[in-house]
Design a protein around this ligand. Structure first.
Ligand code: GSH
Length: 215
């Protein structure tokens, strides 16, 4: 059985969403955020203290986009683009863009607007990296004006970028989305896989007695 270590609405939502899209069985372990501080025993599983951590037999992974790529490749080829497809490069690019380019500036916004103690907050960092994040959405906006998903049909690249939109929404940035990005974000939330992932994390958090409030 695959096991996913997860904090509600954290990056580990990416593999959770992929598991639900694939309709594969898994065990979901919910941790309080940040686990590094609030669940010290988790460091024995993942010394980084970060989520996700993912186990599938002897396979152990800690990168959310890589886990999505692994799940799509190993458990169902309808969520990926094959190497001989003309859109393979675009697929890989957006799969990594979601984490490396979009989520990085968001974590600075989150940290310096909400997670740090008031005396360590940095309004200038928050403002600068909000602008950075919104500017980085410019590449997807024209594409989404003419098609439903980044590679035409839904793939794990949409999960990678879609999580960044979920986090942007939590950070109050969704009001700045362009119309095509807003419509895309709404389309993603209507997917059965997205809804099931949201329900699964709420149910597991309640059953395991972990607060569902991240921020
Ligand atoms: N690049 C990694 C980043 C993992 C990561 O930083 N996760 C955050 C949650 S969104 C975390 O666990 N933060 C807690 C900490 O840094 O202690 C990924 O995409 O999975």
């Amino acid at each position: 059985m695959m096991t996913l270590y997860h904090c509600v609405d954290a990056r580990s939502f990416r593999p959770l969403w992929a598991l639900e899209e694939l309709e594969r069985p898994y065990t979901l372990k919910i941790l309080p955020f940040p686990p590094r501080v609030l669940a010290r025993e988790y460091l024995q599983i993942n010394p980084l203290g970060t989520v996700p951590a993912f186990c599938d037999g002897d396979t152990f992974m800690t990168e959310s986009a890589a886990i999505c790529e692994y799940l799509a490749a190993r458990y169902g080829d309808n969520l990926l683009v094959q190497p001989d497809d003309a859109l393979y490069g675009r697929y890989l690019n957006f799969l990594h863009f979601g984490e490396a380019t979009l989520t990085f500036p968001q974590t600075l916004v989150l940290r310096y607007s909400k997670l740090e103690l008031p005396q360590r907050r940095q309004p200038q960092v928050v403002e600068d990296y909000q602008r950075w994040f919104l500017a980085r959405l410019k590449t997807i906006s024209p594409l989404l004006a003419s098609q439903a998903y980044l590679c035409g049909r839904f793939t794990v690249a949409d999960i990678s970028v879609g999580f960044a939109l979920l986090l942007a929404n939590e950070l109050g940035l969704a009001r700045h989305f362009t119309d095509p990005v807003r419509a895309y974000w709404e389309r993603l939330q209507l997917r059965d896989g997205f809804r099931r992932a949201k329900q699964a994390q709420s149910k597991a958090a309640a059953e395991q007695g972990v607060s569902a409030l991240v921020f």
